[in-house]
Design a protein around this ligand. Structure first.
Ligand SMILES: O=C(O)[C@H]1O[C@H](OP(=O)(O)OP(=O)(O)OC[C@H]2O[C@@H](n3ccc(=O)[nH]c3=O)[C@H](O)[C@@H]2O)[C@H](O)[C@@H](O)[C@@H]1O
Length: 438
């Protein structure tokens, strides 16, 4: 390999013959200068080349990562921001501007529609996960779209997305309904509960506490936090330190986590302990829903029984009553006191039972469905497997009645009748309404 200097000499050849003797020294000096210049300029060229290489590598990387982001989540951009802003805009004086997480979920969709209907601004957030049929979630989202509620396709664990949302909109309230629901599924997929109900909750609280202004935070806890509590009816002061499922444990953890954020950052927090919520557009993983499907398809329904063959019972609560409780919670929520991550004073922390106060046994629920569907169920009674269920739930709702004006008005038969009507129109089933078929 030829030395670099020789190459430079080739590039800058000396003029032979001229000033040969007299200017010999000058000539050498000249050559030296040229060498220096040549070597400097080569270094310069190499440096330029390396900078260009690094720059193109970096821009390629950012192209790849933004491409990945675009593939992973469809958010961002001027048009997207505009949709978020417009959707968040209240249409009534002193209306709220609410971020509803889990907006394509059962309770989330109903709450979003009710808020929009009364003139509040609503932005939905949902990750459309496949825990149950995502097409049902998409249908709920279409309903919301028709009412001009924009639903962002994204996850509460996405810190960049949350920061962007709070950057674009000064939400007055967050209604946090996104969660990994279902009591028994925790046996199969425990990590999903930690991911959504613990990590996702913390991610959202982080975004809320840093927001300026901080929103008031209302979220879905669960009647399952009462766990092995056998004092009936369950009141908010009762023990909640004996969860019977990982699901319940993550909801209980949520109550404590939100308390810490309330204490440290001055976030206003309201936790709602929902009692087995049911109704139109409900969750297919819940018993009343899957029982309806099985009864109509002539498949058996599995009815769990407790100790000594005791019937299990639930304080089934109709969706419209729950929605009223959610809206009243938002309306009565105190303001968060902090701003930009700094607490300025003590803030409100509340927990309410939202139940129906009249438990119904599971076999009785099946009988109601039989009468409504006009089909006799094939009952298969089995001992309750030890996978997280509790024998009964029963809400004391005095606190919610007093503070929220919460007053459930729908009994299980009335509510299931509306559910069955929706079910048959949504899935296109014909049923012999009210007639018993044997
Ligand atoms: O209130 C709550 O906190 C909880 O209510 C429901 O949980 P769960 O009451 O277990 O509701 P279902 O799964 O619909 O079960 C209702 C009853 O039917 C029973 N069941 C369920 C399924 C089955 O195949 N057979 C059966 O007898 C259960 O043991 C339970 O007693 C929801 O699924 C939870 O997400 C919610 O947090």
């Amino acid at each position: 390999m030829r030395p670099l200097v020789a190459e430079e000499e080739d590039l800058f050849p000396s003029t032979p013959g001229k000033f040969k003797t007299d200017h010999h020294h000058l000539h050498r000096h000249h050559r030296h200068l040229r060498r220096c210049f040549a070597s400097t300029s080569t270094t310069f060229l190499w440096a330029l080349f390396l900078i260009a290489l690094t720059a193109s590598y970096l821009s390629f990387q950012s192209l790849v990562s933004s491409g990945n982001r675009l593939l992973a989540a469809s958010w961002g951009g001027i048009q997207w921001e505009k949709q978020v802003r417009v959707s968040a805009l209240p249409r009534r004086p002193a209306g709220l501007s609410v971020l509803v997480t889990g907006a394509a979920g059962f309770v989330g969709a109903h709450v979003s529609l009710a808020l929009k209907k009364r003139g509040d601004g609503v932005v939905g957030l949902d990750n459309f996960n496949p825990y149950y049929d995502p097409s049902l979630k998409r249908s709920r989202a279409s309903l919301l779209r028709a009412q001009k509620v924009f639903v962002v396709d994204g996850d509460v664990n996405d810190a960049r997305l949350l920061a962007k949302l709070f950057d674009v909109v000064a939400f007055t309230h967050v209604m946090h309904l996104a969660a990994q629901a279902g009591v028994r599924y925790a046996i199969e997929n425990p990590h999903s509960y930690v991911h959504s109900n613990v990590a996702g909750l913390v991610g959202l609280l982080e975004a809320c506490k840093s927001a300026n202004p901080q929103p008031a935070f209302v979220w879905a806890s669960s009647s399952s936090v009462y766990g092995l509590n056998d004092k009936s009816p369950f009141s908010e002061e009762d023990r909640t330190d004996r969860p019977a499922s990982l699901y319940a444990a993550t909801k209980k953890a949520g109550e404590e986590i939100t308390h810490a954020y309330n204490h440290i950052y001055g976030l206003s927090v309201t936790g709602l302990r929902f009692f087995t919520v049911y109704g139109p557009w409900g969750r297919p993983d819940m018993a009343y829903f899957s029982f309806t499907r099985n009864i109509l398809q002539g498949k058996p329904v599995t009815i769990y029984r407790g100790k000594n063959r005791a019937d299990l019972a639930r304080d089934f609560t109709y969706i419209d009553d729950i929605v009223k409780g959610c809206l009243a919670s938002l309306d009565t929520a105190g303001k968060s006191t902090g701003s930009g991550g700094k607490k300025r004073g003590p803030a409100q922390y509340r927990v309410f039972n939202l139940g129906n106060t009249s438990p119904v046994t599971v076999p009785e629920m099946v009988s109601i469905l039989e009468r409504l569907l006009g089909v006799k169920a094939k009952r298969r009674e089995v001992e309750m497997p030890g996978n997280g269920d509790v024998p009964f739930t029963h809400a004391n709702i005095s606190s919610a009645r007093r503070e929220l004006g919460y007053k459930p008005t729908t009994d299980l038969r009335t509510g299931l009748k509306r559910f069955v009507k929706w079910y048959s129109s949504y899935y296109g089933y014909k049923y012999n309404q009210g007639k018993s078929v044997h």
